[in-house]
Design a binder for this molecule. Structure first.
Ligand code: ASP
Length: 341
């Protein structure tokens, strides 16, 4: 035993020795219970605010986090004015709208669909994959077949507006997918879709329910005008979403290839496991992207949001413009995320 440890032990013992048993009890103050901010739901981007409302209806009635996040992200999935998610999403360069989504509950159950066509609510198909199959991922035609067999109806997801944007893009783009890379910084206001740096988004949502259990969901139509068959980070467990009911959850939006490369959401959760607060963990993951690809990271957007078991949340992004929507008993807000550039 080191001399220092011996000294500490002796001094604790001797100060206790001068107190009687009764005195010790009387002087003992119960530790305050940690204040946990629950229920709570957070999501990527400002359109997360409306999605949070649907999630909150379930959370406020003491529903499960996984039910809340599924209900929440179904809102932008059904919104034809949102061209980055679900119905009305921009198609790939061949004109097909293909959706990526995944979901995770408090028991480490997860389900995912990749490159799913013709079904608005990809998230609900992902949930059925989680609950009704021995698998985690179904892709392409197999995912569609499974959805149809489970009562989903085949739909045309390509709205006239999205078709028009795709045809416009085809005139100039030489059939080359654009990965948000330009010789200038991302600016959400100056970069309207289609084709510009802001040609993709995702709703990633994390919730903690009244019981303190976590759930997460993530859904997107991916990079606008991508190659047919391209899959981003969003349906990849650990990349676009990860939920660990012991620690917290994380989800991402932005250029999926860079998130996959660092298995971003899992990284954020593991950093929280090591003691980092959500914002610091998100920042560290963003720094990892920069480290892997310093030049490219100056010209693309990636943002993470994270929630821990205390109901603390945070976000961090490469570029300005990323936002996080939050709903809890204390607030209903949209915050600008901090960013590196
Ligand atoms: N992460 C999505 C993807 O790469 C796009 C985005 O969120 O901006 O498909």
């Amino acid at each position: 035993m080191s001399t220092r440890r011996k000294f500490l032990q002796t001094s604790v013992l001797s100060s206790a020795a001068v107190l009687t048993g009764k005195q010790i009890l009387a002087d003992t103050i119960a530790l305050p219970k940690p204040v946990v901010n629950t229920p709570i739901v957070i999501s990527t981007w400002d359109f997360g605010k409306t999605a949070n409302i649907a999630a909150w209806e379930i959370l406020a009635q003491k529903g499960r986090a996984v039910d809340a996040v599924e209900a929440g992200v179904r809102i932008p999935e059904a919104d034809p004015t949102n061209h980055t998610i679900g119905y009305g999403g921009y198609p790939d360069r061949d004109g097909y709208v293909t959706l990526d989504a995944c979901i995770m509950d408090e028991f480490y159950n997860c389900g995912s669909v990749m490159a799913l066509q013709h079904i608005t609510h990809a998230i609900s198909v992902a949930r059925l994959v989680m609950e009704k199959t021995p698998h985690i991922v179904l892709a392409g035609d197999g995912a569609l077949q499974f959805a149809l067999a489970n009562g989903f109806k085949k739909e045309n997801l390509l709205t006239p507006e999205s078709e028009k944007a795709w045809k416009e893009w085809m005139k100039k783009a030489k059939y080359e997918p654009e990965m948000n890379i330009e010789n200038r910084l991302y600016d959400k206001d100056k970069d309207p879709m289609p084709g510009g740096p802001d040609n993709h988004d995702t709703i990633g949502m994390l919730a903690m329910d009244a019981k303190g259990n976590l759930g997460g969901a993530c859904t997107t139509s991916g990079m606008a005008f991508k190659m047919h068959g391209r899959v981003g980070d969003s349906p990849i467990i650990g990349a676009g979403l990860y939920v660990d009911n012991e620690i917290g959850g994380a989800t991402s939006s932005g250029v999926g290839e860079e998130v996959i490369r660092i298995v971003g959401s899992h990284l954020v959760v593991e950093l929280m496991r090591q003691g980092l607060k959500p914002e610091a963990a998100c920042k560290e993951a963003v720094q990892r992207i920069i480290k892997r690809n310093p030049e490219k990271s100056k010209k693309i957007q990636v943002g993470f949001v994270a929630l821990n078991k205390k109901g603390e949340y945070g976000a961090y992004a490469l570029q300005k413009g990323f936002t996080i929507s939050v709903r809890s008993n204390k607030e209903e807000s949209v915050y600008a995320s901090k960013s590196v550039y």
